[in-house]
Write a protein that binds this ligand. Structure first.
Ligand SMILES: [Zn+2]
Length: 168
């Protein structure tokens, strides 16, 4: 983290605490997308798409697991369904992102389609992290063998990012 911080422009470096273990962003709860992109570029440099996916998968499973080993996890498993998640995802998205609109549609008992539209802060790694976070939430809701397929991405010239999700 320190080495990433040293190479940042001053205004962005001020957002980071280089002495913190791992990535920690300083108190102000929002930080510029440009900073997130620089960190993601540094983290993913030299990695293949498969390695980025594995990294995103491990990180999001870890975070969701920590967040769900509580009463919140019980609620998530027992009371929240993919349909309810689909209804609240746009609001959840806006809590974390200042650009982009998120849509999730449950298309059958075991499939859903996710889209991110007008996502000015798009980064290919962030796009994969978004997908893996969604999969981790579906797993926490009790969906088994969750798999996904990216059907469109602005990084590949599409107008929006779209993913098909399938589970058992
Ligand atoms: Zn994308």
């Amino acid at each position: 983290m320190r080495s990433i911080a040293q190479h940042l422009p001053d205004d962005l470096r001020a957002c980071l605490d280089p002495d913190a273990p791992g990535i920690r962003l300083l108190a102000s709860s929002w930080y510029p997308a440009r900073l997130a992109h620089l960190i993601l570029d540094a983290l993913s440099e030299g990695l293949t798409e498969q390695q980025i996916q594995t990294m995103s998968r491990d990180a999001t499973r870890d975070i969701v697991k920590r967040g769900t080993s509580s009463i919140y996890g019980f609620v998530l498993r027992r009371l929240i369904t993919p349909e309810m998640y689909a209804l609240s995802v746009a609001r959840l998205w806006r809590q974390w992102h200042d650009t982009g609109d998120r849509e999730v549609r449950v298309t059958s008992a075991t499939t859903a389609q996710s889209k991110v539209l007008r996502w000015g802060g798009h980064h290919p790694v962030l796009c994969t992290i978004t997908i893996e976070t969604m999969c981790a939430v579906f797993e926490a809701m009790g969906c088994k063998s969750v798999t996904w397929q990216r059907t469109a991405c602005v990084a590949r010239g599409a107008k929006e990012c779209a993913t098909l999700l399938e589970w058992k």
